[in-house]
Design a binder for this molecule. Structure first.
Ligand SMILES: NC(=O)c1ccc[n+]([C@@H]2O[C@H](COP(=O)([O-])OP(=O)(O)OC[C@H]3O[C@@H](n4cnc5c(N)ncnc54)[C@H](OP(=O)(O)O)[C@@H]3O)[C@@H](O)[C@H]2O)c1
Length: 330
């Protein structure tokens, strides 16, 4: 079985590649990346031995410029832009980069496209969890580009099955987005946006891989949009306290007025030094910080596949911290 994984130099893509290399049912792992050197260095640091199963090729979205790819059986499309100051970059890479990828595919692959919870927007007021059929209200350019990507894929009516997987916050080793959290809990004061608790769905990167595999094992033939998440819902204070617990640190949560954060986000537009420290705090992505509920209804995916996430927040953050320590980042 041949699998194509895009975004292999990224947090989720690298996890997928490492799993695929260990999976005996997979005979070839094809990883198109912008920098072959970057992926080789990352895999060496992860202790992944050189494997004749791994074929790394240089390619870039949106054109991809693949040559002699041949037919593949499975695809996970993880390449994408998550943080940018340019609306155009989101749409060019996340939308065009996906449609062009699908056009290059040969054979009858089963394709998982990593979309995002951001495509649908937060949980509707008064609801416990957002359902796939609820109206989509993306708040950011990122979310709008992911929603546009989903619509573009449906308009293409691909001749193979496609899963548009709306994942919530993904946590695990290699997730650079959580580095500011671990650095923050080393201090005594932990600023948290707003007074009210914010509730989230989340998923560990390892469980995201098993969820993809659960869908690959089915024989559906449609384009489907699905939510996935761990069974538990967490809140912002719990995330901070758990990061502190595994770091063996103590501190005090300090709710920060959202207005202040809005000002910092605005300032990040004009002061690159702020943007470099917290790339997620662009005025665009910051809009996703204000809602108090980002909880997903995952029942349809559970019913379809029988898959259940098994990771705990504490164990996932402990492994993430160990990775940062090994990389010398903390
Ligand atoms: N992380 C989360 O919490 C989360 C949640 C929901 C959904 N997702 C989705 O999951 C996917 C992977 O996320 P991630 O967290 O792994 O992101 P990431 O660490 O930022 O990785 C992004 C990957 O996309 C690649 N990429 C970016 N622009 C590209 C281009 N023009 N051509 C080819 N490759 C390009 C990057 O390559 P370089 O290394 O060359 O930059 C990198 O390999 C994304 O589609 C994201 O929207 C993530």
């Amino acid at each position: 079985m041949r699998i194509l994984i895009t975004g292999a130099t990224g947090f989720i893509g690298r996890t997928l590649v490492m799993h695929a290399l260990r999976d005996d049912s997979i005979t070839e792992v094809i990883a198109p990346v912008r920098s072959v050197e970057k992926l080789r260095t990352q895999l060496t640091r992860e202790g992944v031995p050189e494997s004749p199963k791994l074929r790394i090729m240089e390619a870039e979205a949106p054109d991809w410029n693949f040559r002699d790819l041949g037919a593949v059986d499975r695809v996970v499309h993880g390449a994408g832009v998550l943080f940018s100051r340019s609306r155009d970059a989101y749409f060019r890479i996340n939308v065009e980069g996906t449609t062009q990828l699908l056009q290059t595919l040969r054979g009858s692959p089963r394709v998982v496209i990593l979309s995002s919870q951001s495509a649908g927007g937060p949980t509707p007021k008064g609801a416990f969890a957002k359902k796939v059929g609820d109206s989509d209200r993306p708040l950011s350019w990122y979310g709008a580009s992911k929603l546009r990507m989903e619509l573009a894929v449906r308009e293409m009516a691909p001749r193979f099955p496609v899963l548009l997987l709306r994942a919530p916050m993904v946590l695990g080793p290699g997730d650079m987005a959580t580095l500011p959290l671990f650095r923050m809990v080393r201090g005594k004061i932990w600023p948290k946006p707003g007074w009210r608790s914010k509730y989230f769905s989340w998923i560990a990167s390892e469980d995201l891989v098993t969820a993809c595999n659960a869908w690959f094992a089915l024989d559906t033939a449609e384009v489907q949009t699905m939510h996935i998440a761990e069974p538990d819902v967490i809140c912002d204070a719990q995330l901070m306290r758990t990061a502190a617990l595994v770091s063996e640190r103590r501190g005090i949560l300090l709710p920060v007025p959202q207005m202040l954060l809005r000002l910092v986000a605005l300032a990040s537009q004009f002061m690159p030094s702020i943007g470099e420290k917290v790339p997620s705090l662009t005025p665009d992505r910051a809009r996703e910080i204000w809602p108090n509920r980002w909880v997903l209804d995952t029942e349809p995916f559970y019913e379809m596949t029988g898959w259940r996430g098994t990771a705990t927040l504490e164990e996932t953050l402990a492994r993430t911290l160990a990775w940062f320590r090994r990389e010398g980042l903390i």
